[in-house]
Design a protein around this ligand. Sequence first.
Ligand code: GRF
Length: 216
Amino acid sequence: MARLKVGVLISGRGTNLQALIDACALSSFPAEISLVVSNVPGALGLERAQASGIATEIVNHKDFDDRASFETKLSGILEAASVSFVCLAGFMRILTPTFVNHWYDRLINIHPSLLPAFPGLNTHQRAIDAGVRFGGCTVHYVRPEMDNGPIIVQAAVAILPDDDADQLATRVLEAEHICFPHALRLIAENRTRVRGDVVEIAGANPAQSVLINPTP
Ligand code: GRF
């Protein structure tokens, strides 16, 4: 079966991009990365892509008068590279409804919290301050409202008594690197169906246990 042609949008260091690159390096993986686009020149993720022989483009939002022209350029570049599906991997620009609707159900994002809790920035500190027992990450289809949309995969990561935001972020990031390729595989294998707010997954493997923190 033909592999799903994916474009990845980044703004920074690109460790999630790297997880996708590593997954796509396996010939059995049902997707391939056709193009990596950064809105930030010099983003470390660009070097990761180039090191793997993946085409890169820089579309610097500062070069555009408005969001509409920036996004028109983004979509044009992606389509010129025959991309049919887009992953946001630490892409730090808000996307307008026009872009989101153009790529509707063909656009996913990874966010470092258990959505719908803690959308937006500074999630780990906010989770610690709220006293919740689990942080985590979410891969979801993108909808116009930020960090919102039908959830594909989540990982729960226990928050430990002495955690600071950096320590929690490090453990959540490890989970992100598993969840993002996992979600992309489910999609590329055509196993996801979006029904309203809910994603149904054919042949899903449910998580096996209840997690209690602290453990009784
Ligand atoms: C990740 O924590 C991701 O969840 C968030 O931005 C961060 C990007 O990190 N959206 P990286 O560039 O993938 O290392």
